[in-house]
Design a protein around this ligand. Structure first.
Ligand code: PGA
Length: 300
């Protein structure tokens, strides 16, 4: 059957109004134009679609069938339009995310992999510590946040996507390197630790409290890079996420100590405020992180 969308549109309007005049008004067409479209449609269908009884027109049986298919074609078209709009939404747009300083070691790789699939998308990435991320969530300032487990007291949607093991690092010539180390042996060591607002610091303090061990944590630094450099230089031991370490371990600049009950097992979460309406691009990125992050980062 050789039918055009225009004919179907005109047919749908006439069938709904059961009037050529009203359909013509609605579609801003002349009445002869409407009649012509219907005549052509009836010719392709090979059957009359309307019949006239007195002044009124009615759908024939063929007309009722056609009307049924017309509705489902119209709703399919609407669905296709919605899907395409969604696709446009996730091919363009801007993503504003914030990540814990420790997550920065993999966040840019995730963004790069996502950007390959969504070429028109631009990003702002704020790299900061846990305390500042919690403030941003409080103010609803970012599309999404990647961080360690947020506190239960906040009203947040959070989902874990990857493990985040924390390990003890030392310079390769440290006396404990290559040995089996007990937690109590660590009490005699100097530790270079992250600042008070850091998630790594909080997790580490909680862990040692639970094990009744108190560490000497006189040296405080606000970045993982500074801690690694200080440990390499022999200032003491450090506790960092394994994600911060690839290069230094490969190059042999740092070693991970074999300490009882280690690693401290944390997880990475993708987080936003409960009730926040995520943009299509933010929804797509969240889904991407949950389903792909692990594969992308393990393969790297
Ligand atoms: P941090 O965050 O970079 O603030 O230590 C890591 C985390 O939340 O585990």
């Amino acid at each position: 059957m050789n039918v055009t969308f225009r004919q179907l549109k005109v047919f749908e309007a006439v069938a709904r109004h059961l009037s050529f005049t009203r359909a013509a008004q609605e579609l801003h067409l002349s009445q002869p134009a409407v009649s012509m479209q219907i005549k052509q449609l009836e010719e392709s269908a090979g059957l009359p679609l309307f019949e006239q009884l007195g002044k009124k027109i009615y759908l024939t049986e063929a007309g009722r069938e056609m009307s049924h298919y017309c509705c489902s074609i119209a709703s399919q078209l609407e669905e296709a339009r919605d899907v395409l709009e969604q696709l446009k939404g996730i091919q363009r747009g801007h993503l504003d995310i914030a990540v814990a300083s420790t997550a920065n070691y993999f966040a840019t790789r995730l963004l790069a992999a996502f950007a390959k699939q969504h070429e028109g998308v631009t990003f702002s990435l704020d790299v900061t510590n846990r305390a500042s991320l919690l403030r941003q969530l409080e103010q609803n300032g970012k599309d999404l946040v990647i961080m360690g487990l947020p506190p239960e007291t906040m009203s947040l949607e959070m989902e874990a996507f990857m493990e985040n093991p924390l390990v003890v690092i030392a310079s390769p010539d440290h006396a404990l390197a290559g040995k089996k180390v007990s937690l109590h042996q660590l009490q005699k060591e100097n530790f270079v630790v992250r600042e008070a607002g850091s998630g790594t610091r909080i997790a580490m303090e909680r862990f040692f409290n639970e094990h009744g061990v108190s560490l000497q944590t006189g040296m405080e630094m606000t970045s993982n890079e500074a801690i690694k450099q200080a440990v390499e230089a022999g200032l003491g031991l450090g506790i960092v996420s394994i994600h911060t370490l690839a290069l230094e371990r490969e190059a042999g600049w740092l070693v991970v100590l074999d300490v009882d009950a280690f690693p401290i097992l944390r997880h990475w979460y993708v987080v936003h405020r409960k009730g926040k309406r995520l943009s299509p691009i933010a929804q797509a990125f969240r889904q991407f992180v949950l389903s792909e992050a692990q594969n992308i980062l393990i393969a790297a």
